[in-house]
Design a binder for this molecule. Structure first.
Ligand SMILES: *Cc1c(COP(=O)(O)O)cnc(C)c1O
Length: 411
């Protein structure tokens, strides 16, 4: 992949006025003034809203959309989404607190994740949220704590399926996994649950993440629904929730095509009638993180210095790996590729040049763009990393090297 082939303007989902990117209807240069400093993350409220609308239009009516908030736990973003989606999925007691601070009712918040502690479980039971149990240990702890505090807990079983999500960026089900309870052990566990004082809700089956292939997702959704139906035969009470996971990916790199969300919707349209007939009380849930927020966010940093070394130009910025690990290729990628990076105040500007964008950290890993073509710049110009609304700030080692933390704004 050479610099010349990368047309980062392909990724410009934001309007450009006078060669300046606009986010939330505000020119970037003005937003920088408003925020008062760089670096920062900015999330576009309207883009998030439109993404949920697209999901509503594309997926069958009545599908419940949950937001997996680890993708972007900024409280203002989570509250905005609480008004738009049907539930919030949390993965820690900290996330649970943020979710409970929103207007989302507790029964529509669920808590997944391996190794939940006694403290996390008791606070979740007291809150009245749904616990996605990941092991027999959690079942015994939940039963004991619930008995002590006199509250009947809402429980679902997170199932480790006996299949994998093909072509997925991150596999989180199938084979031996730390997530969920192996599908073959679930019937016996359901019998046990039937003898306990628990409010059994249903199943959570999540197979993987960052998938752009509609066919792979369709196949997994079909297998997931079949597995849910089979396990429901052993359930102690009617299944009221079947969470079939998500895994909807977004394009990060040149040549990647957006997911065909309409094809996903059509497939679910075909599959759902028979599921609804057999599980009439079950709400069918998809849980999505990055698909909802990633494209709505940018990361903005400022060029501190233009530096030449043996014929190559380096733009040294005040942002980098410590704020945006994923964009440097160090968060789950096997081969480092450039995120879409551009000069936010000179989007289409000419002349163009091929540069590398680096941060201030003393490590060669601190690389935001390697040999990419962009407008020729000077100090104080603004570097923008697109597709940054998910797994940005909170997935980065902000304490590494002790530079100040970036701010976040929802505009
Ligand atoms: C991380 C996670 C998600 C969200 O994944 P995305 O790729 O951001 O959509 C959903 N469900 C579970 C259980 C997760 O762990």
């Amino acid at each position: 992949m050479t610099g010349a082939q990368i047309h980062h303007a392909d990724f410009t989902q934001f309007p450009v006025q006078n060669d300046c990117l606009e986010i939330g209807g505000i020119p970037l240069t003005r937003l920088v003034q408003r925020v008062g400093r760089t670096p920062f993350y900015a999330y576009d409220r309207k883009k998030i809203t439109e993404r949920v609308q697209l999901l509503r239009e594309s997926l069958p009516a009545g599908i419940h959309i949950h937001y997996a908030m680890k993708a972007n736990p900024m409280p203002a973003v989570v509250q905005h989404l609480a008004n738009l989606v049907d539930g919030i999925d949390v993965a820690s007691a900290g996330e649970m607190r943020t979710a409970l601070d929103t207007t989302m009712p507790a029964q529509q918040i669920s808590f997944a994740g391996p190794g939940k502690t006694e403290h996390e479980l008791s606070s979740a039971i007291a809150a009245g949220i749904v616990l996605n149990m990941e092991s027999e240990r959690e079942l015994s702890l939940i039963t004991r704590i619930a008995d002590q505090i006199g509250i009947q807990p809402n429980v679902a079983i997170r199932v480790n399926p006996d299949f994998e999500l093909k072509s997925s960026g991150m596999k989180m089900g199938g084979g031996p996994k730390q997530f969920g309870i192996d599908a073959e052990l679930v019937p016996a566990l359901l019998t046990k649950i039937g003898r306990l004082d628990l409010n059994f809700i249903g199943f959570h089956i999540f197979s993987g993440s960052q998938n752009l292939k509609a066919e792979a997702l369709q196949e997994t959704q079909e297998k997931t629904l079949q597995l849910g139906l089979k396990l429901a035969e052993s359930a102690p009470s009617p299944v009221r929730m079947l969470n079939i996971g998500g895994g909807f990916g977004i394009p990060y790199f040149p040549g990647e095509r957006p997911l065909d969300i309409h094809a996903i919707g059509q497939n679910l349209d075909n599959l759902l009638p028979s599921v609804r007939q057999r599980l009439p009380e079950a709400k069918i849930v998809v849980e999505l993180g990055r698909y909802i927020v990633a494209e709505a966010g940018i990361y903005v940093c400022r060029i501190i210095e233009r530096k030449k070394s043996r014929g190559k130009v380096f733009l040294v910025t005040d942002g980098g790996l410590h704020h945006h690990l994923a964009a440097t290729g160090n968060f789950g990628q096997v081969i480092r590729k450039n995120y879409p990076v551009m000069i936010g105040n000179k989007v289409f500007g000419t002349p163009r040049e091929t540069v590398s964008v680096v941060g201030p950290l003393c490590t060669p890993l601190d690389l935001l763009a390697e040999q990419m073509e962009m407008a020729q710049t000077e100090e104080n110009d603004l570097v923008v990393v697109l597709q940054s609304g998910a797994y940005g700030l909170t997935a980065s080692p902000t304490a590494f090297l002790g530079h100040p933390e970036p701010t976040e704004v929802l505009v």
